[in-house]
Design a protein around this ligand. Structure first.
Ligand code: GDP
Ligand code: MG
Length: 783
């Protein structure tokens, strides 16, 4: 029977995984091995993908993928023997630095996505990295350090991986890092409530034969679930000390680092060199290959020969290259081929699958003796929430509702603190006006700095609220469900459900969002996701909408807000479809995505992330925006205008630039000031509003009327005022045109080619013009 035909709620045993090598390998890593019990629990609103339960965690597969899995329906039951354990009390040793003076320990955190590495990193090092409840948040390594019991501990947070294969950039990255940087101690972070899958990576690390400690993280969840794990015994069995931790609160971390020190100093008695023993045919092959590798001194110093031999047998391409580069590489590869042929005589299973099977067998054996399962109340609440959140009928509307609530909070509720800030800025300007003597300096401070920076700073509350919403959705686990719900749609535009997450993150800031695209395995999907990301309206563009919507559409604010965002999304979708059709080939990577259990985000984590963004915003304010405001002010101030109104007024430099470029935007009905603002916004989009602020409040007859009123009033110099139609077109243009400098740099860096950066600049600007034109003309017709 094919997995797709298995009715929801019925269990079955996996018989076979069909399909090509990479697909099968990925499935194995996620725990899809022969004999494993699997249960479909839920279908996404459009019947695709389907959520399955396997080894007590949840994973979503597309129909096309689950149709590659052959199963045998079954009623299964699980039992295992009893054990006891107590949590964080048992300190292994009271460590006093045996070597006085500072000793440095380099520690690397390795684990599956979403296992709590970054939380651990933050608590241990006091840093403020972003945590999220879905895979792929950590895209670059983060370094921190702290002093502990006389040691200086350097700690590194690596990206999450399910294995050390070389399919995704993360896997390759972690692997190369471990090989080239050789950290002193690896902390393998595993999720206590999902050991079977998490320990797969552990078996690979054991093969690497490195100093290692396992952080049995989310121990609180294990305890709540009623499961009992004898981790002490498990640690002895696999030869790696295991320490329970709750990285969210910091429980057990002292214990963890005590153990790290004892492993580093070499007096931890749990440390034992254990082989994850495979079947005898495999072991024979490994032995003969690793013996030959051992003869090459260089390679066996940095990589365990056994590990290398296993990777060679798996047909791993990067291991292949490493070996090929050796002096007698050809000999080793020939030997490998012979051994592969020998094994294939015994079995028609492919070798990578066979190895994964054996490893899961090893894990199962170890857990059978140490783990007793309780009832799963935690999983039940996740199931209950999911029944609603990913429901056929409610899933979509709920998703849209949440998006709407997010925008409503950002705009409508955010209006109040914004008004207060605006009042403050106005008060400051008034103060200046009455106490400073007239002159260029006063103009610089009042119009340049307060007018420019002030008009942007008032949007800080809106941005904080937007980030708080995104942060909450990430931390709770809803974001992964959003990807699940959206996969079908993403698939239609040739993308992957996973692409959805970086795209949503783009609403915050395109730069980290583009970096988050790294978690997408397929290169073409990754590139498309990167290229369409700038169309996701980032928070730097929020001030423009807030200003113009407030001025022209205040009656329907949230709806117009949503409409603008939707235009961005629509352009992104069309672009993706076109790129897929005309430039990239079809994407064949499997969807396979983990759905983490819902976790109530801690207020602290959400606030931490939100505030980090706030700080970033303020820093930008003091930096590029202040600078741009002063430049724009100066360009507008010079050459000095004659104050004698009878003499003909000379244009400022800014007016010259604006008027020179303006013809391009005449079809859109723009006043030249709009043109200048758009041009000035290329370094950072916030500058668009600050430029409007400088240009409009810098008028001769400046009084305390707000920027909003000035936008709608006819200009003294006869340039057209903003109208609703112009405002709408302007918003759409700013939404779509050439992204900010930081984003362009991110596109170039992540795509690895300046050509994609150039494409983004040109394509986006051209598209922006045309869409803005259409919007403007349409508005004129309906107005
Ligand atoms: P990473 O992907 O491995 O870096 O994982 P994160 O540190 O981003 O954490 C993923 C999610 O798990 C977040 O929602 C955390 O709040 C949550 N989390 C992390 N550690 C623990 C823990 O010990 N217990 C519980 N209950 N949740 C945790
Ligand atoms: Mg992380």
């Amino acid at each position: 029977m094919i997995l797709t035909d298995l009715p929801t709620g019925h269990s079955a045993v996996i018989v076979k995984i069909k399909g090509h090598g990479a697909f099968r390998k990925r499935m194995m890593e996620m725990g899809f091995t022969k004999g494993r019990v699997i249960t479909p629990v839920l279908q996404a609103p459009m019947r695709d993908p389907i959520k399955y339960k396997i080894m007590n965690y949840e994973v979503s597969l597309r129909r096309s993928e689950s149709s590659m899995v052959e199963v045998e329906p079954l009623e299964a039951s699980h039992t295992s023997s009893a054990t006891e354990s107590d949590a964080f009390a048992s300190n292994p040793a009271n460590i006093i630095a045996p070597h006085p003076g500072q000793r440095v320990i380099n520690v690397a955190l390795v684990g599956n996505p979403n296992c709590g590495k970054t939380s651990l990193f933050n608590v241990a090092s006091g840093a403020h990295e972003h945590v999220g409840n879905y895979s792929g948040v950590t895209v670059d390594l983060k370094e921190g350090h702290f002093d502990y019991k006389g040691y200086k501990i350097n700690i590194i947070d690596l990206p999450g991986t399910y294995s050390l294969a070389s399919y995704s950039p993360e896997e390759l990255y972690v692997r190369n890092y471990l090989r080239d940087q050789t950290p002193d101690v690896i902390i393998n972070v595993v999720v206590a409530s999902n050991l079977e899958r998490n320990l797969y990576l552990t078996t690979e690390l054991i093969d690497m034969d490195r100093s290692m400690v396992i952080a049995l993280n989310m121990y609180d969840e294990l305890e709540r679930s009623g499961d009992k794990l004898n981790y002490k015994m498990l640690g002895e069995m696999i030869g790696v000390p295991i320490v329970p931790t709750v990285s969210r609160t910091g429980d057990g971390l002292d214990n963890l680092f005590d153990t790290v020190i004892s492993v580093f100093e070499g007096y931890n008695k749990d440390v034992r060199h254990v082989h994850v023993t495979l079947n005898k045919h495999l072991e024979a092959a490994i032995k003969s290959i690793s013996t030959v590798i051992k003869q090459d001194g260089d390679i066996s110093r940095s990589i365990s020969p056994r590990y290398m031999a296993i990777k060679l047998l798996e047909g791993d391409s990067s291991a292949n290259e490493t070996i090929k580069a050796l002096p007698d590489g050809d000999k080793i590869l020939r030997l490998r081929d012979e051994e592969v042929a020998k094994i294939e005589k015994y079995s028609d299973e492919d070798i990578a699958t066979m190895i994964a099977d054996e490893k899961y067998g090893f894990i199962e054996g170890a857990l059978a003796e140490t783990l007793v399962k309780g009832d799963r109340s935690n999983a039940k609440s996740t199931e209950l929430i999911d029944a609603f959140v990913t429901n056929k009928l409610f899933g979509f509307p709920l998703f849209l509702l949440l998006m709407f609530v997010m925008f409503w909070l950002t705009f409508t509720v955010g209006q109040y603190p914004m008004d207060w800030l605006e009042g403050g800025v106005g008060w400051l300007a008034g103060l200046l006006d009455s106490y400073m003597p007239d002159g260029a300096l006063k103009d610089l401070i009042a119009d340049g700095i307060i007018g420019g920076v002030g008009s942007v700073i008032v949007f800080l509350p809106n941005i904080l609220i937007l980030y708080m919403c995104i942060s909450f959705m990430e931390d709770s686990g809803y974001m992964a469900r959003a990807a699940f719900i959206m996969d079908r749609m993403m698939h239609k535009i040739g993308l992957h459900g996973k692409s959805f997450i970086p795209l949503i993150m783009g609403f915050g800031c395109n730069v980290p969002a583009i970096m988050a695209s790294r978690s997408i395995e397929s290169r073409s999907s990754r590139l498309i996701t990167i290229l369409i990301n700038p169309f996701m309206s980032c928070s730097a563009r929020v001030p423009i909408y807030v200003l113009l919507i407030g001025a022209f559409f205040s009656a329907h604010a949230a709806w117009i807000f949503l409409l603008v965002y939707c235009i961005g999304v629509a352009v992104a979708m069309l672009t993706a479809k076109m790129l897929r059709k005309f430039y990239f080939k079809e994407d064949e990577t499997p969807f396979v995505m983990e759905l983490p259990p819902y976790r109530m985000p801690t207020g602290k984590a959400v606030w931490r992330h939100t505030w980090a963004k706030g700080q970033q915003y303020l820093r930008k304010m003091g930096g590029i925006i202040l600078f741009a405001s002063i430049v724009v002010w100066a360009l507008n101030y010079f050459p000095l205008k004659s104050h004698d109104s009878s003499a003909d007024n000379q244009d400022s430099y800014l007016e010259m630039i604006g008027k020179a470029v303006n013809p391009v935007f005449e079809p859109l009905g723009w006043p030249w000031k709009a043109t200048v603002a758009a041009v000035a916004g290329i370094p950072a989009k916030e500058v668009v509003v600050s430029t409007l602020g400088v240009l409009y409040t810098g008028d001769e007859e400046a009084d305390d009327a707000s920027l909003t009123q000035k936008l709608t009033a006819p200009d003294a110099d006869g340039s057209v005022p903003f109208t609703p139609a112009i405002a709408m077109g302007f918003m759409v243009f700013v939404l779509l045109y050439c992204p900010c400098l930081a984003t362009i740099v991110a596109v170039v860096k992540e795509s690895g080619s300046w050509k994609y950066g150039a494409f983004t600049v040109i394509y986006n600007t051209v598209v922006a013009w045309f869409v803005a034109f259409i919007v403007y003309r349409t508005m004129l017709l309906i107005a």
